[in-house]
Design a protein around this ligand. Sequence first.
Ligand code: F0G
Length: 376
Amino acid sequence: MPESKRYTGLIERYRAWLPVTDSTRMVSLGEGSTPLIRLENIPATLGKDVELYVKYEGLNPTGSFKDRGMTMAVTRAVAEGSRAIICASTGNTSAAAAAYAARAGITAFVLIPEGKIALGKLAQAMIHGAVVIQIRGNFDAGMALVKEVAAQAPVTIVNSINPYRLQGQKTAAFEIVDALGRAPDFHCLPVGNAGNITAHWIGYSEYAGMETAACAFCDGDCSYGGRGVTGRRPVMVGFQAAGAAPFLRGHMVDNPETVATAIRIGHPQSWDRAWKVREESGGWFDECTDEVILAAQKLLTEREGIFCEPASAISVAGALRDIQTGRIPEGSTVVCTLTGHGLKDPDTAIRQCQGGMLTVDARLEAVQSVIMDNLS
Ligand code: F0G
């Protein structure tokens, strides 16, 4: 009999680094182990000697990196006897919460900003049977409400303020180091609540056997550090949409606006931690306009065959600019996280391709003439 090699998710893969015991019932959909794809065509046009990779988190079960945190958070919620979970969301967290709650057989309540969530994400929350509560307000208002409600009702918050979320998400850093055989020099991410940049830093730190003040999980008594695999950590670079960039302004922003609805956040929940990440890693925050974000999304789809959602493309948009200016020097290995799949937001994709479809009569000559006109 051949040995079974069925992949059963990131908790199983990294169980020695995660808060589970042998008897914990894992709630998993086979998340994690996403591809680290080396970009080929885009770097060739840059004229710069860099190794540029994207970690394609859109290939997780619900199409975003949120599944990493959600498998861990729901596993622990169920272990602790919780019958319901709740989150505020710009869309992806609600999709993941809905799916993992379905898997666990518990109820998910999700608060989403009316009219500001991408179509695919809304479809996911609804089809998985979550109780979808649309609020006349933005993500930040929803987050405040969730905290108030959870203080009074028997529901577990599964936003990234739930410490198990970051524990699950840190595994993305482990996977990158395992794939490259070392830590990259730079890691670029989109920043909304700043949970993901913090989680990556925790993962890199644990794998390097180094401490970080950005992690509060073990209260200074870390059970995972100190057995370094790599010995070094990357410089962390966080990008925000110009209309939703509290880390650039240096203070919270009240009416965030961006086409990248996933990161339409003005009051980041991991504010202090993300500043620590920047400080400890020697990194920086920067911003990109919606125009630059959409151009990077299109570049990735057209030149590399990789379709990510707008919020994800900001990591590549920012990295390319920093490579061009030399802020990221030649000879560097750079990883950009593509946080969510492009199919999450079909409306924005189609809106970008006006004139991209030709309608002709159903006749051979008509089709043939289009082909002849478009052969390069
Ligand atoms: N990219 C995508 C596709 C996201 O959905 C999010 C966050 C981020 C980046 C930013 O990550 O908040 O950890 O800094 N989405 C949350 C949600 C807010 O509700 O789905 P962060």
